[in-house]
Design a protein around this ligand. Structure first.
Ligand SMILES: *Cc1c(COP(=O)(O)O)cnc(C)c1O
Length: 453
């Protein structure tokens, strides 16, 4: 009988996170102060994050212990299943073997609780009473709401106003877990008031919401801020995914030739791929790790590698990353989680060193791939996830042309059950192909006055 599902027991939930910085041939460059442009140390982050997370942000230790309390909460949905995609293989008539690791079984439906739970735990341990954050599509806000509720911390979410209006059920989800959700920009912060004074009907943006959440955390000593991607500690928390996937691949008697994941700030890509990259770096394996991004926000494939701000306003430290410029405003495509101008520092350095690959897809190709996946495998993927599926389908077709039986592992990092409005648009033919022009990219990059590397 063909085995379809590869499961692990609770005991096999990893006991440590993997920190790839230890094994990187070129270590990431230091963050710079936004004003002086001099390198800053970890103490600069103390007003916003608990000490343990700041330590994790800068450590070069190869393995970091996962606290028992965190593993205990992970047990609600971990280990997550890995499947062989027989249906998709058949549909594509490909000799490639396709597997997917499914993070959509978490309470909020994506990989994000893997770090939300860890972050809430360390905040609780250091006596923090309240955490503020921003959310665009709502995935991160809901993951953090769940985690804060679990550890008895107040959670306040600044949700981009346009998403707040378009995705009412994400808000209800956050409220159910006890979080307070504001449509950003608000009248509660100086940043929000300033924007509203200029434009009372502002639809908001991730950059504005970050400014509001950071301001609230900075002015109250019992309040901290949490970020759902980009930072080193966030990427590291997600490595439970790849560590489990390696064990599951062993059970399947296989090893991927290709690992593919969608790319917003880099956390789910890092989560599944870094443990496999370790096999490349340590054992000389040759596993291709591919990050799939939207053609409308192509920082990895068409951006520049230089210092840039993490937010739109320019309040955060300057980080060395692939970027389209912090003032770049991506088109309102449906994969809200991928609409970010920059990329995590560690993934950026790995791409610079050609240890990983990147590819861009327009949203029509992605939804076509997502619908094919839903028909073949049953699960309706998140619009973000569809990017990785599009890449996998291209690779599977290449395998067919070349007559090769390569093994492809897709990161199915979330389900799309709250994103059906996007599917409705696609199915009724109202979704447009969107690729950014070279002129638009040049215009965004021309505005950058941050340090060149
Ligand atoms: C948030 C999110 C992403 C993008 O963020 P990364 O940090 O790059 O992972 C991708 N897919 C889903 C389902 C998400 O919720």
């Amino acid at each position: 009988m063909k085995q379809r599902k590869f499961l692990l027991t609770e005991k096999e939930i990893p006991e440590q996170w993997y920190n790839i910085v230890h094994d990187m041939p070129n270590k990431p460059l230091p963050p710079l102060h936004p004003g002086t442009k001099e390198p800053i140390g970890p103490e600069a982050l103390a007003p916003l994050f608990p000490m343990e997370l700041i330590k994790q942000e800068v450590t070069t230790d190869k393995w970091v212990d996962i606290p028992e309390e965190v593993r205990d909460v992970y047990k609600i949905w971990r280990p997550t299943p890995m499947f062989r995609a027989y249906g998709l293989e058949k549909m594509l008539d490909t000799p490639a073997k396709i597997y997917y690791k499914y993070e959509g079984v978490s309470p909020s439906g994506s990989h994000k609780p893997n770090t939300a739970v860890a972050q809430a735990y360390y905040n609780k341990k250091e006596g923090v009473k309240k955490i503020t954050t921003e959310t665009g599509a709502g995935q991160w806000g809901s993951a953090l709401s769940f985690a804060c509720q679990y550890f008895g911390i107040e959670c306040e979410v600044y949700m981009v106003k346009i998403s707040y209006e378009q995705k009412p059920y994400r808000k209800v989800m956050m409220n159910t877990w006890g979080a307070k959700v504001h449509a950003s920009p608000t009248n509660l912060t100086e940043a929000g008031k300033k924007i509203l004074a200029e434009d009372p009907n502002s639809p908001g943006s991730l950059g504005i919401a970050i400014s509001e959440a950071v301001e609230m955390a900075a002015k109250d000593e019992n309040t901290k801020y949490a970020l759902g991607s980009v930072l080193n500690h966030v990427l590291m928390h997600q490595t439970v995914i790849g560590l489990e996937a390696i064990k599951q691949m062993e059970k399947a008697g296989d090893l991927p030739d290709i690992v593919v994941a969608p790319f917003g700030g880099g956390s789910n890509f890092a989560g599944i791929s870094f443990p496999f990259l370790r096999l490349n770096l340590e054992e000389g394996k040759n596993i291709r790790c591919i990050a799939s991004e939207p053609a409308s926000c192509p920082k990895l494939t068409r951006g520049v590698f230089r210092y840039d701000f993490g937010d739109t306003v320019g309040m955060t430290p300057l980080l060395p990353m692939y970027t389209l410029g912090h003032t770049f405003v991506p088109a309102p495509i449906h994969a809200g989680g991928l609409r970010y101008h920059g990329a995590g520092v560690v993934v950026s350095q790995l791409l610079k060193d050609k240890l990983i690959e990147a590819i861009a897809h327009d949203q029509l190709e992605c939804f076509e791939a997502g619908v094919a996946f839903a028909k073949a495998e049953g699960i309706i993927p998140a619009p973000e996830t569809n990017h990785a599926i599009a890449t996998a389908i291209r690779e599977a077709k290449r395998c067919k042309e070349e007559g090769k039986s390569e093994t492809i592992l897709i990161h199915l990092c979330g389900h799309g059950n709250f994103d059906l409005a996007a599917y409705e648009n696609y199915l009724s033919g109202n979704l447009e192909k969107h690729e950014i022009t070279s002129e638009e990219i040049e215009a965004a990059l021309a505005k950058l006055d941050t340090p060149v590397i």
